[in-house]
Design a protein around this ligand. Structure first.
Ligand code: BES
Ligand code: ZN
Length: 442
């Protein structure tokens, strides 16, 4: 007999790293496998080419008297590095302590495969689904979904639906059904700090020219004030305040500070004054340096003034900040604060707006009923700090809300070594899919 987890383990073995060209064939092979799997369920499947990685779309036969639900997921994953920190190879799923360890186990293969399995079970038992289904799995989420919005625009009619559902967020704790009604947006930028035209001997020329690495550090330090507020002029202008009911709902979850300290291993928490750490992660914008460097990084010392240094920046955004306007403000800030003796080369990266919906809408309530049926107890209503760049486009292009019903746990180690998915969460996800489609049909 086929094992319940076999398909998931198969999908996990594809190293579908979207950001790394050397993995293009693996990304494609993963899409092909998914298409074949969905075809085996007698769904109507298409692999749509894009200028980047393909989009896989499967649908059942649609009937005018049924609601249409679009389930979205992504089959691409983040790079697995640093490789040395994995306890088992990143693309050989290993089961330990009731968890599957593999890059993509939670983000997002385990989560969308739970939906796929739920659909497979319902079709096997009932011969049909209670809704018109559009199952859309893309391969570029982890690089900002650059080709998906044009895809939605091009196929607007075929993708017309009543609501979108996604499992690609988290749960506040194991076994606690969690409805995420908002996520942050993102805007990325890369900065080169350029000095001399060649690397220089730091003895011969040191003291005469600006060192780009020093100046990159100086520039990086201008992004925040000493207390942790973002110091870019105008950065907070469009930020909508946290509502009283949200604060109440979040405070009812208890103080998250000890757990965040424990999960991060940081010696202390630090961030924008005046807000709880959870508020800072879920509902306040940030500026982060994701990478900074330049000059000699090898063993021993090398007396050099590097000709350039670099920083990779990203801003997490909240309603109603506009990603492009934030990049404008950031660029103006960096130009204004350019240290002496260097020039800047700024390249803008991907962007995705934040998203927030009314959790008490009819679809929101249906989703919460499905969570309650699946997990029992109280359903947590939260916002989260991560980004799913296409969600706001579902609203703008298709005119529909997105229900975020995540299955990640706080210690799933998304994007980090030893990413893992608790097998129980997979089984819960399968039941959640079945409850959700029934509730949305009703
Ligand atoms: N699944 C995550 C987003 C997420 C994680 C939302 C946890 C809420 C809670 C998604 O796959 C992701 O990592 N998105 C990237 C998007 C970026 C690369 C454009 C992110 O948030 O960094
Ligand atoms: Zn991710």
């Amino acid at each position: 007999m086929q094992n319940e987890l076999d398909d998931l383990l198969t999908v996990l073995r594809f190293p579908s790293v979207s950001t790394d060209k050397t993995h293009d064939n693996d990304v494609r092979a993963c899409a092909d496998w998914l298409a074949r799997k969905l075809q085996s369920l007698k769904l109507n499947v298409q692999i749509h080419e894009t200028p980047g990685h393909p989009v896989v779309v499967a649908r059942n036969e649609h009937r005018a008297d049924r609601r249409t639900v679009l389930i979205y997921g992504h089959y691409d994953v983040q790079p697995p590095d640093p490789l040395g920190e994995w306890k088992s190879p990143p693309f050989e799923p290993a089961i330990r302590d009731g968890r599957i360890f593999c890059r993509g186990a939670t983000d997002n293969k385990g989560q969308f495969m739970a939906h796929l399995r739920g659909i497979e079970q319902t079709l096997a038992e009932d011969g049909d689904l209670p809704v018109n289904l559009i199952f859309l799995i893309e391969g570029e989420e982890e690089i900002g979904s650059p080709h998906l919005r044009p895809f939605l625009e091009k196929h607007r009619d075929a993708l017309r639906c009543d609501v979108v559902a996604i499992s690609d967020t988290g749960m506040v704790a194991r076994g606690v059904g969690t409805f995420t009604y908002g996520i942050r947006g993102i805007a990325c930028m890369e900065v080169k700090v350029k000095g001399p035209s060649i690397d220089l001997h730091s003895g011969i020329f040191g003291g005469a020219v600006a060192n780009p690495a020093t100046m990159a550090a100086r520039l990086a330090a201008t992004l925040h004030d000493d207390q942790g507020r973002v110091a870019v002029a105008g950065f907070y202008d469009d930020v909508l305040p946290i509502q009283d009911w949200e604060r109440e709902a979040w405070n009812a979850l208890g103080d998250s500070t000890p757990e965040t300290l424990q999960l991060t291993g940081a010696p202390a928490l630090f961030g924008e004054p005046g807000f709880h750490e959870r508020e800072r992660r879920w509902a306040r914008p940030t500026a982060e340096i994701n990478g900074i460097g330049g000059g000699y990084q090898g063993p021993g010392s090398k007396t050099v003034i590097p000709r350039e240094a670099m920083m990779k920046l990203s801003f997490r955004l909240v309603p109603a900040q506009n990603p492009d306007s934030i990049l404008d403000l950031a660029e103006a800030h960096l130009r204004r604060h350019t240290p002496p003796g260097v020039t800047l080369e700024i390249t803008r990266g991907h962007t995705g707006p934040s998203y927030v919906m009314d959790p008490h809408s009819p679809a929101g309530k249906a989703a919460q009923r499905a969570l309650k049926q699946t997990f029992g107890g109280h359903v947590a209503l939260i916002r989260e700090g991560g980004s799913i760049p296409i969600v706001q486009a579902f609203k703008e292009v298709l005119g529909v809300d997105t229900l975020l019903l995540g299955l990640a746990l706080p210690d799933s180690q998304l994007h980090a070594p030893n990413e893992n998915f608790v097998i129980q969460c997979y089984h819960d996800g399968v039941r959640l899919n079945r409850a959700l489609l029934k509730e949305l049909a009703g």
